[in-house]
Ligand binder design. Structure first.
Ligand code: C2E
Ligand code: MG
Ligand code: MG
Length: 401
């Protein structure tokens, strides 16, 4: 088998295989982590040779090396469009299909035009196609990748960064790529997530992705325990043998046909992972208190979370706590400035905490944009922050009228 493909014969073999339809596409369904319903799939190439199915590991590296991989990818896209066209025509409830595109495509100057012309030839709405590029692609030239992905996104296609965590891409770079989805590489999921350090790595990646508004897919999920842990991380989508291996187009169409269209009324208590509940709780807090400040009193530092422009004055969102109090007092009614500054004097708050005080509330008048003073209630809750051996002050602030 090792000699089946060589640099000399691969081009002719690939062209013949495509012509004779010996390159086939398998589909691996992806599932919503909470409802366990199909919410997409990935197209994966297989090579039929003398009745045997050859997996990508045996031919993709050579196709990459010879740069013939781009021909395969365009071919797979055509197959995917053909399938989607059939699914749409026969009302089979299609879902978005992700197609892998090698890093070699970044050298194609007309990539997005070609993508559009193929997809449009089959009349497929662009929302049904996701472009997967591997993390290794984005290790390349920053501006090229940002322009490349920007063009694709501008045409209404979704973009996924594949195999995240397998390479060396910088987190700082990821934030600048207009991707929709981050696919977490299966190498990060070993065993049943029983290793605490591995869990910390995963939790941090999911947190990072969600804060950047990226949807998350975990790849290579094989066990119920892994699924359980991923749910607590707020992972949106699961791809892996636990739910389904890659399957033929016929089997895949059967799955889609049987997909229930109506929105399930699942019991929130059985489907709610802790992280979603936390998010909802946070949303509830923000609807009542549009300004929340977290402060480490002994370190004299804070960060601020504001909802819907609570203050129109530009406030720093992180910085030195004592400076924040000076800045805050300046926006108060002159008669309230001393009260505000005294209430939130650091030394006084720490002494009060040492005495057992756990909350403190004050109402002051704050100047609005329209030059009118409005009563604002500020409540501080104090707790010991064990992580950094500090007194944490959580400030909830809301207008009273
Ligand atoms: P990928 O894009 O990361 O695709 C996911 C791979 O993980 C697939 O392997 C899939 O079968 C495998 N997988 C999914 N769930 C599990 C699981 O629970 N456990 C384990 N052990 N594996 C799982 P596959 O189909 O062998 O493809 C391997 C790679 O080949 C793909 O990785 C992709 O990088 C590449 N590839 C496949 N088709 C194409 C293609 O049409 N174009 C390009 N450029 N690359 C392709
Ligand atoms: Mg992929
Ligand atoms: Mg992958």
């Amino acid at each position: 088998m090792d000699e089946l493909f060589t640099t000399e014969n691969i081009e002719e073999m690939l062209d013949t295989a495509m012509k004779q339809e010996n390159i086939i596409v398998y589909y691996q369904p992806k599932y919503d982590a909470i409802t366990s319903k199909i919410n997409g799939s990935e197209a994966l190439a297989r090579w039929m040779h003398q009745g045997e199915i050859i997996s990508p590991a045996k031919f993709i590296p050579l196709l990459e090396e010879t740069k013939l991989i781009t021909r395969l990818d365009w071919y797979v896209l055509e197959r995917v469009c053909r399938l989607l066209k059939k699914q749409i025509a026969e009302e089979m409830h299609p879902v978005k299909i992700a197609v892998n595109f090698s890093r070699q495509h970044t050298y194609e100057t007309d990539f997005s035009n070609r993508l559009v012309s193929i997809v449009d030839k089959y009349n497929i709405p662009h929302k049904y196609i996701e472009v997967e590029i591997t993390e290794s692609t984005i290790e390349k030239n920053r501006d090229t990748i940002i322009a490349f992905t920007g063009d694709i996104k501008a045409q209404g296609f979704s973009i996924a960064i594949d195999d995240f965590g397998s390479g060396l891409s910088s987190l700082n770079f990821i934030k600048d790529i207009p991707a929709n989805v981050l696919k977490i590489d299966k190498s990060l999921l070993s065993g049943n997530c029983e290793n605490e350090k591995e869990r910390i790595v995963l939790e941090s990646i999911f947190n990072f992705a969600h804060r950047l508004q990226l949807k998350t897919v975990a790849e290579g999920v094989e066990t119920k325990e892994q699924l359980g842990f991923l749910r607590t991380c707020g992972c949106k989508t699961i791809q892996g043998f636990y739910f389904s291996k890659p399957i033929t187009d016929m089997e895949y169409c059967e799955l889609c046909k049987n997909r229930k269209m109506e929105q399930e009324t699942d019991d929130i208590l059985t489907t709610q992972p802790a992280s979603t509940a936390t998010q909802l709780l946070l949303d509830a807090v923000f609807t009542c208190y549009p300004l929340v400040i977290m402060s480490n009193l002994t370190r004299n530092s804070f960060y601020m979370m504001a909802y819907d422009n609570f203050t129109t004055q530009s406030c720093p969102s992180t910085g030195v706590y004592s400076e924040l109090i000076v800045h805050g007092a300046a926006t108060m009614h002159p008669d309230d400035q001393k009260l505000f500054a005294d209430t939130f004097d650091i030394a006084d708050q720490l002494a009060a905490f040492a005495r057992g005080e756990r909350t403190r509330r004050v109402v002051t008048r704050q100047l609005g944009d329209d030059n009118i003073y409005r009563a604002v209630e500020t409540t501080n809750y104090y707790m010991q922050n064990p992580a950094v051996d500090d007194v944490l002050a959580i400030t909830l602030s809301r207008p009273l009228e």
